[in-house]
Design a binder for this molecule. Structure first.
Ligand code: CP3
Length: 345
């Protein structure tokens, strides 16, 4: 278990620790050969529910890269599986639901499942988190996570991955009552998943609203933000709220101030983002994943620029603007960490 003075935790509280905290979304996963080897023959969601496997995969990037945080190896749809919803993750595609939730009747059926079912079935999650936190030292906290209600609905209503999430966005306007019922239920399901990870020893959480960028600001405020707030309410560790393409409503991503930090993708420089979110919010990001394959001097200059603009925020956690692409050379990630820590040129 990490000390409260771990650089990541200090930065989330608004301090500027001497050591610049850095971690990567999707640091555990296919960019690592040791991950690919361990996963052979096990389906993604089965791996997530096997405590020693999930713990080992979580720890792999800590050993390799020297990052300042672990992110729990799991998936945003795991709590839905725990609730008894039929879902699989198809390799190269993403989450797929056997029965999409599209009509008022579908919504009534799925929301009749008590979110307490998630807490009751979450023992493999608590156990995996305990195994991880027992191995981590003072300086490295574990970040727990969950999907935000909209990003979960983007899969559940569609039945699988989609580009513009038209069915989920459509339900908001065609049948607002069903939408609010579904999103409210998803918020409780995600909150139960976060609570299980905190029980096991997670010391910060991140809510992923990866697809929020497909919403207008008006739709975000009316149909999404209240439910994302619910997912994070009563969580007593620092909270990071992440989305992609949320520049048009970045200040609203603070969720009225309950988010200690807001994620920024690569589209907006951090000094601009800092001016928008104000002095009470830490920023996380915003290395462009497209530059990971560029010659090192080009990437290094970009990392330096991100760090320098990040000084405009009250505090900054270095990360990518979105997840590590699977074909990334992992030695590049190690090099970014060393540079952020001032250990190399
Ligand atoms: O290292 C980490 O960041 C922790 C683990 C993590 C995974 N999924 C593991 C995973 C986290 C935080 C997630 C969250 C997640 N899952 C999000 C939000 C984050 C984001 O990237 O925006 C989303 C949208 C999902 C849904 C999902 N699950 C997708 C789109 C995919 C990719 C499908 C594919 O194969 O390309 C998954 C599967 C998944 N989740 C993998 C991993 C490591 C790949 C599975 C594999 O290795 O076969």
């Amino acid at each position: 278990m990490a000390s409260p003075d771990a650089p990541l935790l200090r930065a989330l509280r608004g301090d500027r620790p001497e050591r610049q905290p850095v971690w990567f979304m999707r640091q555990a996963g296919r960019s690592l050969p040791e991950y690919r080897e361990l996963r052979v023959g096990t389906r993604m969601l089965d791996a997530c529910l096997t405590p020693d496997l999930a713990a080992e995969v979580t720890l792999q990037p800590i050993r390799r890269h020297g990052v300042d945080a672990a992110i729990f190896f799991s998936d945003i749809v795991v709590p839905l599986r725990l609730a008894g919803v039929a879902v699989e993750i198809e390799p190269g595609r993403g989450p797929v639901f056997a029965e999409p939730v599209r009509t008022a009747d579908d919504v009534a059926r799925v929301t009749s499942i008590d979110p307490a079912e998630v807490a009751a079935a979450a023992e493999p999650i608590r156990e995996a988190v305990r195994l991880v936190t027992a191995e981590l030292d003072d300086a490295v906290p574990l970040i727990g996570f969950a999907g935000a209600p909209f990003t979960l609905a983007a899969y559940l209503v569609e039945g699988g991955p989609s580009k513009e999430h038209l069915r989920a966005r459509g339900m908001m306007h065609a049948d607002p009552e069903s939408w609010h019922r579904l999103a409210g239920w998803l918020a409780e399901v995600s909150r139960a998943f976060l609570a299980a990870q905190i029980d096991g020893g997670a010391q910060a959480v991140q809510l992923f609203d990866s697809w929020a960028g497909s919403l207008s600001r008006a739709a975000f405020l009316e149909y999404v933000a209240p439910h994302s707030r619910t997912a994070l309410e009563g969580i007593d560790v620092p909270r990071i709220h992440f989305g992609v393409g949320t520049g048009p409503f970045l200040a609203d991503m603070r969720l009225g101030g309950i988010a200690d930090a807001v994620g920024v993708d690569w589209r907006m420089p951090l000094d601009e983002a800092a001016a928008i979110v104000g002095p009470d919010t830490t920023l996380q990001g915003n290395i462009d994943p497209a530059l990971l394959g560029a010659p090192w001097p080009v990437l290094a200059a970009h990392v330096d620029d991100v760090l320098s603009r990040g000084r405009a925020a009250r505090a900054h956690v270095l990360n990518l603007g979105h997840g590590v692409p699977p074909d990334t050379d992992p030695t590049v990630l190690t090099r970014i960490v060393a540079r952020a820590h001032g250990e190399t040129e």
